[in-house]
Design a protein around this ligand. Structure first.
Ligand SMILES: Cc1cc2nc3c(=O)[nH]c(=O)nc-3n(C[C@H](O)[C@H](O)[C@H](O)COP(=O)(O)OP(=O)(O)OC[C@H]3O[C@@H](n4cnc5c(N)ncnc54)[C@H](O)[C@@H]3O)c2cc1C
Length: 452
């Protein structure tokens, strides 16, 4: 059975140069870059706060991949980190030898102030799943608001939804999941606990790390009896007040991040895992005897979903070879981190068998890095749309590294700069002077190869 959605006439609420959809890492980078290069900028976000997975899924440990290596974040991410830590310090974290993490609650406030001060007009509670396309150009983006649809017109639109929702609405072809069966990495519902015994967890070292290690051994030995297939147990900040700011554990495998039924299943399944884990932790982990479940993340978080078909598809081979691109817009340390899409847990983290034998985890090695070309941000069939963040044009294994939060902010930053140049020069983003974009990015603290 089918129904017809009736035609509606909607006033254009606003016209801007650059419209960004999605206020996560990519959307933050894109908005700031576009505003700094002189465009009028509006940012639409379906939630009531910025930060994407960092704040919405408690992914506060953004740059743990770099920890202990010579790599440092660059661009707007580095600027945000510096300014945030000048204001909020280590966010109450008393774990020793730990990477610096945000508090997602402070970060929400910080980002409100930061983006507003940069001149970005923010609209929260603005879900987008429709656009009007004529002549391969997005004429208007439609917000599904409480008061019905609202239309926003923009010269260039940047899709930073993580799931490529705008691109999908505009008819951009995409891939999703691995080639084999379309499976994505699992969805994860991080949660917080309060009431741990701080003294027990800090006496003589970082006991949380030891608990995580022992948990994995016990899981592998079949001793936990827990139903969730995840074996790793990364803990977040430990505060003097006895809060563990996230536990990155409950995973729902085999679900489609763009399907409402799968999302519903994933949320409920993860909440069951949280309750099982909570009971287990109380009785098995020293220092957890009096814990309380403090909060569960706003919604289940994803590391990958749609990946658009762009003018260039970045591949694992490009990353391995550090392919040189004339239109390079970001350089990122080489690592891969892909949670087993089918919950096969007996792998050893290596890439063999195309990495589909369990969780691929290849850490940063020495000074090895790779480059991301601007063309991976340009959809094949829509002239005034750019895409940034985890849904750019890449193969599934390559996505497991470009999904790094600071990488998403870098692709966002490039998209924002490119959109502004396109508006100024009255050309499509794919026609901009790439040297001008690269020059702009360098002035904004992005480390690009010397030879460009
Ligand atoms: C549990 C978990 C742990 C992770 N651990 C790490 C880690 O340690 N380090 C790391 O670097 N990365 C990690 N990642 C990956 C990282 O969080 C993501 O790759 C990154 O946040 C992607 O950034 P993004 O801006 O592309 O998308 P997102 O962070 O997903 O942000 C997208 C934003 O768009 C909004 N949005 C979505 N659809 C719409 C719509 N239709 N209309 C309006 N707004 C919309 C969302 O609300 C959100 O704010 C982890 C991810 C998860 C889920």
């Amino acid at each position: 059975m089918k129904v017809t959605i009736q035609e509606k006439h909607v006033d254009i609420t606003k016209e801007v140069d650059v419209l960004i959809v999605g206020g996560g890492p990519a959307g933050i980078g894109a908005s700031v870059a576009a505003a700094r290069s002189g465009s009028s900028v509006m940012l639409l976000e379906k939630r009531g706060f910025l930060g994407g997975n960092i704040t919405g899924s408690y992914v506060e440990n953004c740059n743990h991949f770099f920890f202990g290596t010579d790599f440092k974040a660059d661009g707007i991410y580095a600027e945000i980190e510096t300014k945030y830590f000048m204001k909020y310090g280590r966010s109450h974290d008393i774990r020793i030898n730990s990477p610096i993490r945000f508090s997602s609650e402070y970060l929400k406030v910080f980002l409100d102030e930061f983006l507003t001060s940069e001149g970005v007009e923010i609209k929260f509670h603005s879900f987008v799943n429709d656009v009007i396309v004529e002549n391969n150009t997005i004429q208007c983006v439609i917000i599904q608001s409480k008061k019905g649809p609202l239309a926003i017109k923009a010269k260039v639109v940047i899709d930073c939804t993580g799931d490529g929702d705008v691109a999908f609405s505009a008819g951009v072809p995409f891939e999703q999941g691995r080639d084999l069966d379309g499976l994505c990495q699992p969805g994860t519902l991080n949660f917080r606990i309060a009431g741990v015994n701080v003294k027990k967890l800090t006496d003589g070292g970082d006991k949380l790390k030891e608990i995580g290690k022992k948990f994995k051994e016990d899981y592998r030995a079949g001793k936990t009896g827990l139903n969730c297939k995840r074996q790793d147990l990364p803990f977040g900040r430990l505060t003097a007040g006895g809060q563990v700011s996230y536990i990155n554990y409950p995973c729902s495998y085999g679900i489609d991040p763009t399907d409402v039924d799968d999302l519903t299943k994933g949320e409920m399944e993860c909440r069951q895992y949280i309750m099982e884990f909570y009971e287990y932790a109380k009785t098995h982990f020293e220092g957890f005897e009096n814990i309380e479940l403090a909060s569960i993340a706003t919604e289940i978080g994803f590391r990958d979903s749609r990946r658009i078909k762009g003018l260039y598809r970045l591949t694992k081979e490009d990353i391995e070879a550090d392919t040189k691109f004339e239109d390079v817009i970001a350089v990122y340390p080489k690592f891969y981190d892909m949670l087993a899409p089918d919950a096969f847990m007996d792998g050893d983290g290596k890439m063999e068998g195309l990495g589909y034998k369990g969780h691929i985890f290849v850490p940063v090695e020495g000074d090895k890095s790779y480059r991301i070309p601007f063309r991976s941000l340009i959809p094949v069939n829509i002239d005034n749309l750019l895409v940034a963040g985890r849904c750019i044009s890449a193969d599934h294994v390559a996505e497991s590294t470009i999904r790094g939060i600071s990488a998403c902010m870098l692709t966002g930053q490039a998209a924002g700069g490119a959109a502004s140049i396109a508006c100024k020069d009255k050309v499509a983003p794919k026609e901009i002077n790439i040297k001008e974009l690269q020059g702009f990015l360098i002035t904004q603290g992005v480390n690009l190869p010397k030879e460009i």
